[in-house]
Design a protein around this ligand. Structure first.
Ligand SMILES: [Zn+2]
Length: 236
């Protein structure tokens, strides 16, 4: 009998389906984008999916549009359905990074049920570990140009002249979203809603942690190093 090389922690998944967990500002979106380029994984964010369905006026899109127009939250079953349907498209054959989804334990359970029904599974959940203070420090150093949307960071990527856009010479601003009190609120929501997912995936031996205080390049190198263990190879 041929030896089957199994992927991460003995989970046999056809293609890597990775969940990126971490607070806003932890850099998981940046890394998801990098895996999209280097390993051809699809970066799947529910925000983008909603926008796409609404733009294409699909039946789901029309439903979501009217829900959002009423100022309501899109129910979990609709969100999960949208996500799972997305996995049927051929571009996901190399795998998927779920970026910012699931957000709650209920969503995680629903996702798992729907994937089970399709004979698919989540390979691993990657936790981007960073403290609230580090995130507040990082995001509150961010400056944006209101004219051309250039983004700078007073600590890691400062403009040549203090508070002035390199591109157009205009004054940089701090976006409302980057103000410490707004960040603290978003982090609080994350800690309440999403942090229980860390235990959820840890209990199932699916959690792997990355130190999100490291540089973008260092985190990218770490993920590149891990990728082979997420890839199930039926031929070996
Ligand atoms: Zn500018």
């Amino acid at each position: 009998m041929a030896t089957i090389k199994r992927s991460f922690n003995n989970r046999t998944c056809e293609a890597p389906y990775l969940i990126f967990l971490g607070p806003p500002g932890s850099g998981k979106g940046t890394q998801a984008e990098k895996l999209q380029h280097s390993f051809r994984l699809v970066q799947l964010s529910t925000g983008n999916l909603f926008r796409e369905h609404i733009k294409n006026e699909t039946p789901l899109g029309l439903k979501v549009k009217s829900i959002l127009a009423n100022g309501e939250l899109v129910p979990d079953d609709l969100t999960v359905q949208m996500v799972v349907d997305r996995l049927d498209r051929p571009d996901t054959i190399m795998g998927v990074v779920f970026d910012g989804f699931p957000r709650t334990r209920d969503q995680a359970l629903a996702l798992q049920d729907r994937l089970d029904a399709k004979g698919k599974c989540i390979t691993a959940a990657v936790l981007f570990r960073i403290t609230d203070d580090e995130i507040v420090g990082r995001l509150s150093a961010r400056r944006t140009c209101p004219k051309d949307n250039s983004v700078f960071n007073l600590k890691s990527n400062p403009p040549r002249q203090d508070e002035i856009c390199d591109l157009c010479g205009g004054a940089l601003i701090m976006r409302e979203d980057d103000k410490p009190e707004v960040i603290r609120h978003r982090l609080q929501v994350y800690r309440q809603q999403t942090e229980p997912l860390i235990e959820f995936y840890r209990e199932q031996d699916m959690l792997i942690e990355v130190d999100a205080t490291r540089s973008i390049q260092e985190i990218e190198a770490q993920l590149d190093e891990w990728m082979p263990m997420f890839i199930y190879n039926a031929n070996s």
